[in-house]
Write a protein that binds this ligand. Structure first.
Ligand code: TXD
Length: 311
């Protein structure tokens, strides 16, 4: 009987990559390989995290490498490699440089793990999903972008702050591109089934929606030297867990649309059922006229970025 632990390779051992390894190890989701170009960083962070395992009582082999051979036969590849924003930069400013990086990471990883599922994190997220999809040659169900879970988490966190209630009871969806044009679906926001409009006045709700759309920039402005990493990495590992445990969770993720929501040929955030095959299906929900217009506007913004890709 050859039972083996799942294998998760995280490309980019920076703020998000290393923190994602931490969350995944603590949840005992599988063995972890960290990859980075900086000599010693993935090895040192991997060894340090492994040395926490006797204390935190998790069993996971955690290693680091400056190459890709150790990632062979991964079940999941998480791509976090790339430049992060600095104050004053937009996610779109990262396009050219991160296209080169993500293209190399996806290609090198896919060659060694032809059956893996790729989760893309690097920004500009929706365009980087296209890069990884093209470079890996993987089918669309096995290339998924992480942004919607993060944006929804920020939205849910702000609502919980406003209501002084448990975050666990807030259900919400944020769709669209991972940028200023993201689309928090107020009509699908509830607290234990109670429509949010019954609990929070419109002006406050509008302010929370605006703060959500600016959630990344708010943290970049505070940190000055980088961008958010606790919530982004936790969001990515929620996707990893849903896939590895075949939980069939319905979560907002960047998926390649081919007609769904009237959008064709680009990755944009929509409700996806995540299971052992990656995206098991895309869930189409009815949208108000305003929500559909906002989603189309967000998709157009992603389309503009994809048009700027070199490959
Ligand atoms: O919701 C989302 N998807 C976003 C994603 C949320 C927050 C941040 N988002 C983006 O993730 C951010 O704009 C960046 O594009 C990535 C990674 O952010 P992170 O904060 O982790 O950046 P770091 O700390 O700079 O780490 C990036 C690492 C760093 O250690 C580099 O040495 C490494 O990537 N790197 C590479 N690794 C492997 N291969 C190559 N070519 C490479 N180039 C850089």
């Amino acid at each position: 009987m050859s039972i083996k632990r799942p294998k998760i390779s995280i490309i980019g051992a920076g703020n998000i990559g290393a923190t994602a390894a931490h969350w995944a190890a603590a949840k005992e989701l599988g063995d972890i390989v960290l990859v980075d170009v900086v000599e010693g960083v993935p090895q040192g962070k991997g060894l340090d995290l492994f040395q926490a395992s006797p204390v935190e009582a998790f069993d996971a082999r955690i290693t680091g490498s400056n190459g890709y051979d150790e990632t062979a036969n991964s079940d999941i590849i998480v791509i976090t490699a790339g430049l992060a924003r600095k104050p004053g930069m937009s996610r779109d400013d990262l396009l050219a440089k991160n296209e080169e990086i993500v293209r190399q990471c996806a290609s090198e990883s896919a060659k060694r793990s032809p059956n893996a599922i790729i989760i893309v994190i690097s920004n500009p997220l929706d365009a980087m999903c296209t890069v990884a999809h093209r470079a890996s040659g993987f089918p669309k169900n096995r290339v998924i972008g992480m942004a919607g879970i993060l944006d929804t988490a920020r939205y849910r966190a702000f609502l919980a702050m406003e209501l002084n209630c448990s975050v666990e009871d807030i259900q919400a969806l944020v769709l669209g591109g991972h940028g200023d044009t993201m689309v928090p679906l107020v009509s699908y926001t509830s607290v234990s089934g109670i429509p949010i409009g019954q609990l929070i006045p419109k002006d406050r709700l509008d302010a929370i929606v605006t703060r959500t759309a600016n959630g990344g920039a708010e943290i970049v402005g505070l940190l000055k030297t980088g961008s958010a990493f606790y919530a982004p990495s936790a969001s990515a590992i929620q996707m990893v867990e849903a896939i590895l445990k075949d939980k069939r969770r319905i979560l907002p993720c960047a998926a390649l649309l081919e007609g769904e929501y009237g959008i064709n040929g680009i990755f944009v955030g929509v409700p996806c059922m995540l299971g052992k095959n990656g995206i098991e299906k895309i869930v189409e929900v009815s949208l108000t006229t305003e929500e559909r217009a906002a989603l189309n506007k967000s998709a157009a913004s992603v389309q503009g970025l994809v048009a700027g890709l070199k490959y």
